[in-house]
Ligand binder design. Sequence first.
Ligand SMILES: C[S@@+](CC[C@H](N)C(=O)[O-])C[C@H]1O[C@@H](n2cnc3c(N)ncnc32)[C@H](O)[C@@H]1O
Length: 203
Amino acid sequence: MDAKEFDKTAREIYAPAYSENAKQILAYAGITKGSCIDLGCGPGYLGLALAQMSELNICLIDKDPEMLEIAQQNICDRGLESRVSKLLADSSNLPVEDNSVQLVVSRGSMFYWDEPVKAFNEIYRILAPGGKAFIGAGFGNFRIKQQINEIMARKEPGWSEAVLRRIGPGAPEKWRKILLQTDIPDYDLDHLPAVEMWIKFSK
Ligand SMILES: C[S@@+](CC[C@H](N)C(=O)[O-])C[C@H]1O[C@@H](n2cnc3c(N)ncnc32)[C@H](O)[C@@H]1O
């Protein structure tokens, strides 16, 4: 994935989805203080929206140094250096203590994880007791998805099909099979085909 190109699309086209996703996450988790990880953060827009809507201390994690460079610039541009940091790491091996994080979020990243079972186990390992995770992908609501779809379908042929492969009708079954292999005892999966799919669990 080209970091600069993704950042441009995220800023110019996906932008309305991030604040909507952040609202959904805060409404679900009811956690507004403590530590939060945005895993596979890319340029960081979800984590940054969460920081702006809460008192959370956010760590933006990605395995791509170029994405983190852009994320660092975004942190500075918003004056959020005291509450938002960045960390280079792979989802399958997180350099984070057991039972230490109140909230783990991840948007649009799990489809790229080479070892999704390990990654979900890592998320569960680092969650603090009472902590919550909100992992998946989504455009916030149907209206925002429609707006984004109109632009992306013109800009990138094949984009709508890629969305369908990730969060279309067949997606929950694929992810339920993966989740069965993890240490996570229980989870909820919210799915609105081609609009969002979120895997939610707590510890
Ligand atoms: C489609 S982008 C989504 C970025 C951001 N979450 C967003 O919604 O704008 C996927 C991101 O996941 C990151 N990624 C992919 N596999 C990863 C892994 N195994 N560990 C950490 N980050 C990963 C990529 O580098 C990329 O920045």
